[in-house]
Design a protein. Structure first.
Length: 130
């Protein structure tokens, strides 16, 4: 007997964001977290995993920034904006990434931006060496 699956009449169910809480400054896991804090943690992890570098992660996870090392600053800043936006928009809890500003150093750029989410807006900073 074969089971039939109705591929036309189905509903999407949002999965909870309940997860282990990372205490990044102390390098440990402590307690659990949910919603806004869990999403902020997910953003941190996405921005700190180099895409395609680790076979344990899907090719859709992480951000491509390593190949910007040695590139001209203007090119790097435009690519940082595009690549971070692309990486974060993979998460369906994020609705937009905008309000960009850059602080340029000798060997790095500090990108400041706002992430619009279903839980409210988050201010995020990412330093990128080039």
């Amino acid at each position: 007997m074969m089971t039939r699956i109705d591929l036309i009449n189905f509903t999407m169910v949002e999965q909870p964001s309940y997860t282990h809480k990372l205490v990044i400054e102390h390098g440990r896991v402590s307690d659990m977290t949910d919603q806004r804090d869990a999403l902020f943690q997910a953003i941190y992890l996405i921005l700190n995993v180099e895409r395609y570098a680790y076979p344990i992660y899907s090719w859709r996870y992480g951000v491509e920034l390593a190949d910007l090392i040695g590139k001209p600053k203007d090119y790097a800043m435009s690519e940082i904006k595009r690549r971070i936006t692309e990486a974060l928009m993979q998460d369906d809890r994020i609705t937009a990434v905008d309000d960009w500003s850059f602080e340029s150093g000798r060997k790095s750029v500090l990108a400041n931006f706002k992430v619009y989410t279903i839980y409210g807006d988050l201010e995020v900073t990412k330093e990128v060496e080039f």
